[in-house]
Design a protein around this ligand. Structure first.
Ligand code: AMP
Ligand code: DBH
Length: 539
């Protein structure tokens, strides 16, 4: 497979370059600059290590040289599956210093997803940590390598039969490759609308524009201490403004192995954390726990909440409970990011998901026929702009469904815009389930269920949940064999998928309701079942 591309039409390239949105910087320049001017300043702290900008740049360079020593060449792909440890940055910037493209896999992913990403990206290597959260990733690597015997495996920690980061860095051949800022820097994952996750090629210059502007909007500076509480491979803690925004500003990143108060609060106190981004269920938990915590959270100035709809009742509690400014963030790995601004009035911070980063972000809110709705009305959000992709790494058919002919990305989100220009997210027009920020691709889960010999048919739909917003429910028609909900949930887990995809509930039915549509439409069926279930669980 050749190097993945991301292309904007010429007149947009000139427009974005002339406006100064796109520059000649590459992503690893963010740390390279500070490594020159302030090498001893702290870049990252995790549970066991602290790396200064100088040390981080040095290790990333050695990692790059190590990749080249293994025969990787510019444009190759490496699947990175690392938890929140300092080596995440070593590997990420290391790849980029060799102009090798990281593919950002989440720690929760298992062999089905990893195999899929290796296949779809044409990866040459796979980088993991020896273990995290009770799971041994070397076991996973063995399964993956049984299918791809040529795949190089790099391990942060004890490598067993694989290559350790230490050995890789020691094999440094001494040269690097500077990437072209217009080239794709990495592949990010989409949460998936209905089918599988899709790979998102992002270029250095488009991504850096969003990072710089995010850092400005969030007022990051050299005194910023950003807590990486969500898995940092996710687009939100990576770039909105996330750790990249923090490195751009010359601040420090503290990494938490989990976002729970018992892990995060002591770190906020220890490192005097100033800003953190979390998903709604975590924000709810923090607000509930903070009043009784023995930990000093007074350094925390901003709590960003995004990834899923934040109910206004919950949003209202954040500022008084934590003594912070709440910032809502509505973004997507495909590009567009919206923020409430820190000086917005309280109702805007609580009731809306903010407005775009850039005056060059083009937004259209359209009805089912693609026509723009009247001001204030709900419709699907379409967008294009200087940091929103024009294509997935996918076939023509997938891309023509996801993008309009004039290059707008179909977000699948149902939104409206307030008079002052802020967006409110109401839901989705696609069937995907947003489980507290984790996106469950329903078709994929249905396929796993239908692979079970006792399952005749399966439809996966969201059910309302007070903490997560939505949970998943599989509505299953059995064949002639008996099977229990527990056995089906175990089946899906043992197929080797991320645990957030395992149905929270399984309900058996004898038949599906009539959808009223002559043709069998799974989408229509999901809609009918979703409404029935929502009715059932309503208090
Ligand atoms: P992903 O494809 O994983 O990058 O997920 C992006 C999607 O997450 C968006 O298209 C929205 O559906 C959802 N999302 C992100 N932030 C918010 C938010 N603040 N409120 C509601 N939905 C959100
Ligand atoms: O959910 C997301 O993907 C998301 C949320 C907030 C995102 O990609 C982002 C900010 O950049």
């Amino acid at each position: 497979m050749t190097r993945p591309l991301q292309r904007w039409p010429d007149r947009f390239v000139s427009r974005y370059s002339d406006a100064g949105y796109w520059t000649d910087e590459t992503i690893p320049d963010l740390i390279g600059r500070w490594a020159q001017s302030a090498p001893d300043r702290v870049a990252v702290r995790d549970a066991s290590a602290t790396l200064s900008y100088g040390q981080l740049a040095e290790r990333a360079d050695a990692f790059a040289g190590g990749l080249l020593s293994r025969g990787l060449v510019a444009g190759d792909r490496v699947v990175l599956q690392l938890p929140n440890i300092a080596e995440f940055f070593v590997a990420m910037f290391g790849c980029m210093r060799a102009d090798v493209l990281p593919v950002f896999c989440l720690p929760a992913h298992r062999e089905q997803e990893v195999l899929d990403f290796v296949e779809a990206s044409g990866a040459r290597a796979y980088a993991i940590a020896e273990r995290h959260a009770g799971f041994d990733y070397r076991t996973l690597a063995r399964t993956v390598r049984a299918r791809y015997p040529e795949l190089d495996v790099f391990v942060a920690g004890d490598a067993e039969e694989f290559t350790s980061f230490t050995a890789l860095e020691a094999a440094d051949v001494g040269h690097r490759h500077r990437a072209n800022p217009a080239d794709v820097a990495f592949l990010q994952l989409s949460g998936g609308s209905t089918g599988r996750s899709k790979l998102i090629p992002r270029t250095h210059r488009d991504y850096l524009y969003s990072v710089r502007e995010s850092a400005r909007i969030c007022r990051l500076s050299e005194s910023t201490v950003y807590l990486g509480a969500l898995p940092v491979a996710h687009n939100f803690p990576m770039s909105s403004p996330g750790f990249l925004g923090t490195f751009y500003a010359g601040g420090a990143v503290t990494l938490a192995s989990a976002p729970s108060p018992d892990v995060a609060f002591p770190l906020i106190e220890r490192d005097r954390v100033t800003i953190c981004g979390v998903v709604p269920p975590i924000a709810i938990l923090w607000a509930r726990t903070a009043p009784d915590t023995p930990h000093d959270l007074s350094s925390l100035e901003v709590l960003q909440v995004g990834g899923a709809r934040f109910a206004p009742e919950a949003a209202r509690r954040v500022e008084p409970a934590l003594g912070v400014t709440l910032q809502q963030v509505y973004g997507m790995a495909e590009g567009l990011v919206n923020y409430t601004r820190l000086d917005d009035p309280e109702p805007v911070r609580v009731l809306t998901q903010g407005r775009p980063i850039s005056e060059a972000d083009e937004l259209r809110i359209v009805d089912l026929d693609g026509r723009e709705v009247a001001p204030g009305e709900r419709g699907q959000l379409l967008t294009r702009g200087p940091y929103t992709i024009r294509a997935y790494l996918a076939d023509e058919a997938t891309n023509s469904r996801a993008f309009t002919s004039d290059g707008f990305y179909r977000t699948g989100d149902l939104v409206s815009r307030t008079d002052e220009g802020n967006l409110v997210v109401h839901g989705r027009i696609t069937d995907a389930i947003n489980r507290g920020g984790e996106k469950v691709p329903v078709e994929e889960v249905e396929n796993h269920l239908m692979a079970h010999p006792a399952v005749h048919d399966a439809v996966v739909v969201p059910v309302p949940d007070p903490l997560l917003g939505e949970k998943s429910c599989a509505v299953v028609i059995r064949g002639s064999d008996e099977v229990t909900p527990l056995a089906l949930r175990r089946w899906v887990r043992e197929r080797g998928v991320a645990s957030f995809k395992v149905p929270d509930r399984v309900a058996f039915v004898d038949a599906y309701p009539e959808t009223g549509v002559g043709k069998v439409s799974r989408s229509e069926l999901r809609r009918v079942l979703r409404e029935q279930l929502a009715e059932e669980v309503r208090p």
